[in-house]
Design a protein around this ligand. Structure first.
Ligand code: ADP
Ligand code: MG
Ligand code: ZN
Length: 561
């Protein structure tokens, strides 16, 4: 048996002895093996996937100290408390300790009595700390929540940039193991580059946890939904995330008034109150926690049965982390996102509020757009998520997300799509969703008249619909990949090769549209009792569309030549 095999046997027995787990999870074993073999390692695992074990177990086996870089003081304390209870020699050093306590712990580490030392990244910048650390053997630096090093991530912390210089200042280079739940390509690149991982082994595991049922609900009365859901799930712990403190307070009051044991958490509350409600939630004294995204990093509560998003989060990374707090114990749990178009405005406002450079802003808009597309998507939400994070999957629908459970019939939306694409083409692909909608509606608004769009042949072609419905339909076409939206605060909607195929009559558009959109489709109106959505009746519209299409096809053909 070689040394690595021996170490792996040891790892397995420590897992049982200290943690009481019969076995490593998929992914954990490979990461532990990689670290023990001395390789820099990047482990990407969903929240609740079990990242801690991946560096804690090697720490028990490696000869020297493992220094754990962890972003939050509260997180550090919880982890170390849990470890000491299990008999693992761990400690933390942070600003809550006295000088003497700090010295005691450093001395204990030098005597080899501590195997895991937790610190905040800021500490790595202190000269005295560097010096102390240089005089003891550090086998591994484990960087938890490593996405904090990246500006592209959602929790950028400047002090994470101190990790690499700190490592360089050590007499011997330790193994660097970095962990996160965030797996976008930019963040991955940054982690490797900014933490200076050397030829790292990369592990990425199951973002799609099978016990989570993902839902996006559009057009709900959000407040009623939450009250109702919390009431019917009164015996189960759940988290409701809202975008603003005001909304948190409001929901909290209403839940309380309905007699539901609720707590609240946001940055505007005194530390005391936040700690109390966090504890109450952990120990099941309250059932539902209403919170802003300030709540939850590092919360280890395994039996959260549902996570409701009262508003759309700013991007998929944030969403997956927050929703991933449900069902860590593997039991079936619900992740419900309550979407309304207002959420888009809110998120754009927040991006604009935040002073930052152009690249970063463009990136945030791009991510927001992908989040919006997820919300409008009618295909399996789990695919959507795995595709976003670039994880390979077998393209089998999950069967339990809101799209998979959607039993509404697929409707032929080809003619509506053709009308919209024609209009975009006529407007020279230079405007955003709402102006296209105004033109199709036949609106007299200032911008329409200013550009003379009231003379376009497609003007007012969808006048029976509301502008909101038309916008919704265009957004659906974007989400389904028929149209592209440019980046930035005022994105422009453009045709894609697929939309051109639709215009040429070479591709049929089948969609599961929400009811109001469905009921007025041009294609199906003739065989539906509801009657026509157009003043001129379906056949007249179809003739105009046909005429339009004939012209546009000719133009497209000429452009191709
Ligand atoms: P992460 O940091 O990836 O969010 P944690 O390390 O906090 O996840 O672990 C999440 C939960 O999974 C914890 O409750 C932990 O006790 C549990 N866990 C981790 N590894 C195993 C395992 N091999 N077997 C059973 N439970 C595990
Ligand atoms: Mg963790
Ligand atoms: Zn699905």
């Amino acid at each position: 048996m070689n040394l690595l095999e021996l170490h792996m046997e040891q790892a397995q027995s420590f897992l049982q002895k200290y943690y009481g787990y019969p076995d490593f999870r998929e992914g954990q074993r490979k990461i532990v093996e990689s670290v023990l073999s001395g390789s820099d390692t990047l482990g990407i695992m969903p929240t609740g996937g079990g990242k801690s074990v991946c560096y804690q177990i090697p720490a028990l086996i490696l000869p020297g100290l493992t220094l754990v870089v962890s972003p939050l003081i509260s997180l550090m304390k919880d982890q170390v408390d849990a470890l000491t209870t299990m008999g693992v020699p761990a400690a933390y050093i942070n600003s809550t300790l006295s000088g003497k306590e700090v010295n005691d712990r450093i001395r204990a580490a030098k005597r080899g009595e501590i195997k895991l030392l937790y610190v905040a990244p800021e500490r790595l910048e202190l000269d005295w700390f560097r010096e102390e650390m240089s005089s003891l053997e550090i086998s591994c630096v484990a960087v938890d929540e490593a996405h904090c090093v990246s500006q592209w991530g959602h929790d950028f912390r400047t002090s994470y940039l101190a990790v690499s210089p700190f490592v360089n200042s050590l007499p011997e280079r330790p193994i660097i193991a970095a962990f996160t739940a965030t797996a976008t390509p930019e963040v991955m690149d940054d982690m490797i580059r900014l933490l200076r991982l050397e030829d790292p082994a990369l592990f990425m595991t199951g973002l799609g946890r099978d016990n989570l049922s993902m839902s996006v609900l559009r057009g709900e009365n959000k407040r009623d939904f939450v009250l109702n859901y919390a009431e019917t799930h009164a015996h189960q712990p759940g988290i409701v995330y809202a975008a603003t403190r005001k909304e948190v307070d409001d929901l909290y009051e209403r839940l309380r008034q309905s007699g539901i044991p609720a707590g609240r958490y946001h940055a505007g509350l005194p530390d005391r109150e936040r700690e109390e409600s966090q504890e109450a939630f952990l120990y099941d004294d309250i059932r539902v926690m209403v919170a802003t995204n300030a709540f939850g990093m590092g919360i280890d509560k395994s039996n959260v049965r549902y996570v409701i998003h009262y508003n759309m989060p700013k991007n998929m990374e944030a969403y997956v982390q927050e929703a991933g707090r449900a069902g860590r114990d593997g039991e079936p749990s619900d992740c419900i996102l309550l979407f309304s178009p207002q959420d888009i405005m809110t998120q754009k406002f927040l991006i604009e509020q935040n002073p930052q450079d152009g690249d970063r802003k463009r990136n945030e808009y791009r991510k927001l757009q992908q989040m919006i597309e997820y919300c409008y998507s009618t295909s399996c939400l789990k695919w959507g998520m795995l595709d976003y994070f670039g994880e390979a999957h077998d393209r089998k629908p999950c069967g339990i997300c809101s799209s998979c459970r959607d039993e509404r019939e697929l409707v032929d939306m080809t003619v509506d799509a053709q009308i919209i694409f024609s209009c975009i083409h006529r407007m020279r692909e230079r405007f955003g969703v709402s102006l296209v909608a105004s033109v199709l509606k036949g609106s007299q608004n200032k911008k329409v008249l200013q550009y003379g769009f009231e003379t376009l042949p497609t003007y007012g072609m969808m006048r029976r619909r509301t502008e909101k419905e038309i916008s919704e339909l265009i957004n659906l076409l974007i989400a389904e990949g028929y149209l592209a939206l440019s980046e930035g605060q005022y994105p422009i909607v453009r045709l894609l090769p697929l939309s051109v195929d639709v215009l040429k009559g070479q591709h049929q558009v089948m969609m599961r549209a929400p009811e109001p959109i469905l009921s007025k489709t041009a294609s199906s109106s003739s065989n539906r009792r509801r009657g026509s959505a157009y003043d001129d009746g379906p056949s007249a519209v179809n003739e105009t569309v046909f005429e339009q299409l004939r012209l546009i096809r000719r133009e497209l053909a000429e452009r191709d030549r």
